[in-house]
Design a protein around this ligand. Structure first.
Ligand code: SF4
Length: 437
C-alpha cells in the first residue's frame, strides 16, 4: 500500500534544503510526497528567526489535531530551529501532546529511526536535543525540489552571535564540509544537468576557518569556477566582516560565478552596528561595496533592519544615507523583533509606532531605487536562465539574469533549464519583461 508524507517548511533556504534531505530519507523509506490531508507522516521543519514565524507554526501544528483525531496513526514530527530552542521541546509536548517526534537542526537525519520507533512501539519518540559540536553527516539522500537550481551546503552553524540573532543558539558553531566533498557534489549535480548551484551557509565567507587545511571561501570559489561546462554559481549568506577583495577579484574573473552579491548590512549607523555585534563599521562596509562595484553589471542586495533597540532618528538617517550611497538593486527590509535568549532582547526597546514609520520610509526609498535600476535594463539584452512558467500569465516563462533580476517573457515551457537571450522591453518595479532574441 502506498504511504505518503508532507513536509511544511518555514524560513530560510537552509531549511528548504534540509527539507530536501528529509524528503530524500522518506522517499528512500518508500513514502511519496502528498497534500497534508493525505499524509501518513507530517513533518514541520520550523524556523524561529522571528516571533511571527513561530506564531504561524504554532497555529499550523494546532490545526493537525483534527487530522490526528480522524486518523491517530498519522505520525507528526516537528524538526528544525524552533524545536532546538531551550525549553521548546517541553512547551511543544505540553501544547500539542499528539506530536510523535521532536528533533533539532543537527539530527533530523535520524528521522528514519525515529519513525521506525513510533511505528514499532506506537509511542512518542521523544526529543533529540542540541549537541555542541555535532559531526557533519555526508551522503544523506536528497530529494531536490528546486528546479534548475541545486542547493549545496558548504558549512553549518555560525560563530558570530549578532546580538539580535537566535541562529548560533539553535544551529551551533561553524562546521565546514571537506572541500573535496563539496566539489564532488557539485560535479555530480552538473552531470545531472543542474544549471545553477547555490552554496549555502550562515556565513559562507568564513568557510574552512574551523579547519587547518589551507582552504578558504576564495579558494573554494576558484576551484568550483574551474569545473568545465556552462553553469551558474551563487552563494549565500555573506558577512561583511569576512568578505574581502580576493573574493571580489575571483568573482570578477570567473564567468561561472554570478555577478550578484547579497551582503547584509543591517544598519548604516556605527553605534548600532557595534550594539549588534556585527564586527564591521559603515566605512569598512562601504569600502567593500566600492570593490564589489568594480564587477561589471553587478547586482548588490542586502538585508536591512529598522527598530533595533535604542535606534535613534540619527541612526536611522545613517541607514537611509547608506542605502542612497550603495543603491541596492533590491533589499530585504524588516523590523527588529526581540528573540528570547539573545542580548538585544534585554536592551531598551523602541516603540512599535516609530518602527512602523521607519520601515515605511525605508521601503519607499528602496522601492524607488529598485525601480530606477530596473529602468536602466530597458533596451539591454541579457542572458536569462529559464526557471519556470509564470502561473499568473498565459504562455509566460520566468528566469533570472546573472545579476539576480527576475525576467518574464513569452515562451514554451520546453525552454525551462536553458540559457536564452532576452531583450528587456519594460520594467515593473523589481521585475523585468522582455522578448526572446
Ligand atoms: S551572522 Fe549574525 S545574523 Fe547571520 S546567522 Fe550568524 S549570528 Fe545570525
Amino acid at each position: 500500500m502506498n504511504k505518503y508524507y508532507h513536509i511544511a517548511t518555514y524560513g530560510c533556504q537552509m531549511n528548504v534544503h534540509d527539507s530536501e534531505k528529509i524528503a530524500g530519507i522518506l522517499e528512500q523509506k518508500g513514502y511519496k510526497a502528498s497534500k497534508i490531508e493525505d499524509a501518513d507522516i507530517i513533518v514541520f521543519n520550523t524556523c524561529c528567526i522571528r516571533e511571527t514565524a513561530e506564531k504561524k507554526i504554532f497555529g499550523n501544528i494546532g490545526d493537525i489535531k483534527r487530522l490526528k483525531k480522524q486518523n491517530p496513526s498519522i505520525i507528526v514530527a516537528v524538526v528544525g530551529c524552533m524545536s532546538q530552542q531551550q525549553g521548546m521541546q517541553e512547551l511543544l509536548k505540553k501544547r500539542f501532546p499528539f506530536i510523535d517526534i521532536i528533533m533539532g537542526t543537527t539530527n533530523y537525519h535520524k528521522i528514519s529511526q525515529a519513525i521506525d520507533h513510533v511505528l514499532l512501539i506506537k509511542h512518542y519518540y521523544g526529543s533529540v536535543v542540541y549537541e555542541e559540536k555535532p559531526e557533519i553527516i555526508e551522503d544523506v539522500p536528497i530529494y531536490r525540489t528546486s528546479g534548475v537550481n541545486a542547493w549545496v551546503n558548504i558549512m553549518y552553524g555560525c560563530n558570530n552571535f549578532c546580538a539580535y540573532c537566535i541562529v548560533p543558539y539553535v544551529r551551533g558553531r561553524e562546521r565546514s564540509r571537506e572541500p573535496q566533498k563539496v566539489l564532488d557534489e557539485i560535479k555530480s549535480l552538473l552531470d545531472k544537468d543542474y544549471k545553477e548551484i547555490t552554496l549555502l551557509g550562515q556565513n559562507v565567507n568564513s568557510y574552512c576557518n574551523d579547519m587547518d587545511n589551507g582552504w578558504s571561501f576564495a579558494r573554494l570559489l576558484e576551484n568550483i569556477a574551474k569545473i568545465k561546462g556552462k553553469f551558474r554559481l551563487r552563494f549565500m549568506t555573506s558577512h561583511p566582516k569576512d568578505f574581502n577583495k580576493e573574493i571580489v577579484d575571483i568573482i570578477a574573473s570567473s564567468p561561472n560565478i554570478c555577478n550578484h552579491i547579497h551582503l547584509p548590512v543591517q544598519s548604516g549607523s556605527n553605534r548600532i552596528l557595534k550594539l549588534m555585534n556585527r564586527k564591521y563599521t559603515r566605512e569598512h562596509y562601504l569600502e567593500i561595496i566600492d570593490h564589489i562595484k568594480t564587477i561589471p553589471g553587478v547586482g548588490i542586495t542586502s538585508d536591512i533592519m529598522v527598530g533595533f533597540p535604542t535606534e535613534t532618528d540619527q541612526d536611522f538617517e545613517d541607514t537611509l544615507s547608506l542605502v542612497k550611497q550603495v543603491r541596492y538593486s533590491n533589499a530585504f527590509t524588516f523590523v527588529y523583533s526581540p528573540r528570547k535568549g539573545t542580548p538585544a532582547a534585554e536592551m531598551e526597546q523602541i516603540p512599535a509606532s516609530i518602527k512602523k514609520q521607519r520601515i515605511t520610509k525605508l521601503v519607499a526609498l528602496q522601492n524607488k531605487i529598485t525601480r530606477e535600476i530596473s529602468q536602466e535594463y530597458i533596451g539591454l539584452t541579457k542572458e536569462v536562465l529559464v526557471e519556470d512558467i509564470n502561473p499568473k500569465f498565459e504562455n509566460t516563462l520566468c528566469g533570472r539574469t546573472e545579476s539576480g533580476r527576475l525576467v518574464n517573457f513569452e515562451g514554451n515551457k520546453s525552454l525551462i533549464g536553458q540559457f536564452v537571450d532576452i531583450k528587456i522591453l519594460k520594467a515593473k518595479s523589481a521585475s523585468l519583461w522582455g522578448e526572446r532574441q
